[in-house]
Design a binder for this molecule. Structure first.
Ligand code: ATP
Length: 537
């Protein structure tokens, strides 16, 4: 299926490619991150770049945005050679990148952010009124609904992304790189983003879209390029490529190893179905509440069980998971492991009680930069492996090696610096770390964010096996694919349980419950199933 670059979707947008990269080679020390790859994005085209964790996507983004100087190869914008390295303003005028992490300055206003780094010729002072007026015009021109006087920190993720896009386009860029732009948006936000991107495409703006969500690729993009192990594998019109072919190109496996229904066959362990008496829960919460975030909740996760907490960004599910793991103190209620009460809001006590956590923000709560994969994977067991600061390398390396294999972490080995791993592989190290101490209960907050489609299954299999060994797991996610590993799922909307799913469920019902369409607890209650909301009045 390798072929020439796809044609632009609309005849009137023909012209030299918005972006053309060819023969790009990039090394990081001994690692060959890009091995002679190419990429061509036509004007007005929405082009997806996909590949497994570590395939080289972010490195390519770095090369075409002027961040990394390639060791070989050429980059052209609209037919003209890329600016010289170091001329940041010239790069910004050609290509923009909207990262998962906002590049805007949170304490400045929208207007200030839009005109940051631009001087007005002949005017020594900034005219604030003029600035705001021009900001309003710019926002209007790109259909961005944000007040120029608002501080960027007060904007929603969605508004911030639009401000960044408007800013980039006003610099003259005709191609925008979107790196996992939907990661922190809920379903309506994603729909609005896509509508806006389609409008901009129709006006000739090209997009390079990096995503592990293949359904989004099919929804938004007209062409797709696949990289695998630092090489270009395929470029094709999205419409011509079946999902199975796309996954096969990413994994190099034509036998469909990344089958999505893997967990459907796993026997779910609802005691109700098995007619058993409910065993004593491993992890229990009673009347757990966080004022203004989620309402009082009882939970009981039994041995062998994976409980799902499903909900969008504002549902409170992440906060519940963080409370269970001691990252937040609840305003009411208690948490216990095997009947032992855990001190509220204490991570060390939660760890001692046997709770392991995969936090949502791996950059702040997950990894220690500048340390090896083995050190990071075993951080919480430092005490067991040896005195502080003297982690026994052999045991740490053995555990890390086991995790590298079972979680499919792409690294040169346990001794590699964690900073050198790709984003998805760093996430897997965070999962390893949560398991390092042999916890009884695992709390996994959006564990597969940034993880590629094949690695997702490896990771969810690890969660399933963790529970199957008689322990308990809680998976917080808004992705039906993640929730398939669960025995039962509670769907939350605005801090309240709105639906319960037991046994086999329909993903569409689950998604509509997360979007607030269901406002009743559904599904048969199991005996002793106390995972319902309390004190609703
Ligand atoms: N700063 C760096 N130093 C050393 N190696 C690096 C560095 N950045 C990336 N690499 C290596 O380059 C390769 C490609 O990484 P890259 O981040 O481009 O992958 P990716 O496709 O974006 O992956 P992901 O989907 O996980 O984000 C990986 O083997 C990675 O370990």
């Amino acid at each position: 299926m390798t072929g020439p670059a796809p044609h632009p979707p609309h005849g009137h947008l023909a012209g030299p490619p918005a972006l053309h990269a060819e023969g790009i080679v990039k090394r990081f020390g001994p690692t060959l991150a890009l091995d002679g790859v190419r990429l061509t994005v036509a004007p007005g085209e929405s082009h997806a770049l996909v590949g497994r964790n570590g395939a080289g996507k972010s490195t390519l983004v770095g090369v075409v945005t002027g961040l990394h100087r390639p060791d070989a190869g050429t980059v052209r914008f609209g037919g003209a050679p890329a600016p010289s390295h170091g001329d940041a303003a010239a790069w910004r005028a050609r290509v923009a990148c909207v990262h998962q992490k906002p590049m805007t300055v949170p304490d400045l206003t929208v207007a200030e952010n839009l005109f940051l780094g631009r001087y007005e010729p002949g005017r020594p002072f900034i005219g604030w009124r003029g600035l705001r007026r021009r900001a309003a015009e710019l926002l209007g021109a790109y259909g961005v609904d944000a007040d120029p006087r608002a501080r960027v920190r007060d904007l929603t993720v969605e508004q911030r992304q639009f401000v960044e896009i408007a800013r980039a386009l006003s610099f003259g860029a005709r191609i925008v790189v979107l790196d996992e732009p939907t990661a922190r948006l809920d379903a309506p936000g994603i729909a609005r983003l896509f509508t806006r991107l389609r409008e901009l495409s129709a006006r000739g703006v090209a997009f390079l879209f990096i995503s592990h969500h293949l359904q989004e690729v099919y929804e938004l993009c007209t062409a797709v390029t696949v990289y695998r192990d630092a090489r270009h594998v395929l470029t094709a019109p999205v419409a011509d490529l079946a999902r199975s072919e796309l996954i096969a190109a990413m994994t190099g496996d034509t036998r469909g190893a990344a089958g999505r229904d893997r967990f459907r066959t796993t026997a779910r362990r609802s005691p109700a179905e098995q007619g058993e008496e409910a065993p004593v829960p491993v992890l229990a919460a009673e009347g757990l509440a966080l004022s203004g975030v989620y309402e009082p909740l009882d939970l009981a996760v039994r041995p062998g069980e994976v409980l799902g907490l499903a909900g969008s960004a504002s549902s409170g599910t992440v906060a519940i998971g963080e409370t269970l793991a001691g990252l937040r103190a609840p305003t009411a209620g208690r948490v216990a492991v095997h009947g032992r009460e855990v001190r509220p809001g204490s991570v060390p006590d939660a760890l001692d009680a046997g709770i392991g956590c995969v936090p949502e923000d791996r950059h702040h709560q997950g990894l220690v930069p500048g340390r090896s994969v083995a050190e990071n994977a075993t951080l919480t067991v430092a005490g067991r492996l040896g005195p502080w600061g003297m982690v026994l390398p052999a045991r740490a390396r053995a555990f890390a090696q086991e995790m590298i294999t079972s979680l499919d972490i792409r690294t040169e080995g346990p001794g590699q610096d964690v900073d050198a791993l790709s984003g998805g592989n760093q996430q897997k190290v965070v999962v390893a770390r949560a398991l390092a101490r042999g916890p009884s209960a695992l709390i996994a907050l959006r564990p597969t964010a940034g993880v590629d489609v094949a690695s997702k299954n490896a990771l969810l299999t690890v969660v399933r096996e963790f529970a199957d060994a008689g322990r308990a797991a809680v998976v917080v996610s808004d992705e039906p694919d993640d929730l398939r590993v669960c025995d039962r799922v509670l769907a939350l909307f605005h801090g309240r349980v709105v639906a319960r799913f037991d046994g086999d469920w329909d993903d569409r019902e689950l998604v509509s419950a997360m979007e607030g369409a269901a406002d009743a607890v559904t599904g048969p209650p199991g005996p002793g199933d106390d995972a319902t909301e309390r004190d609703r009045a």
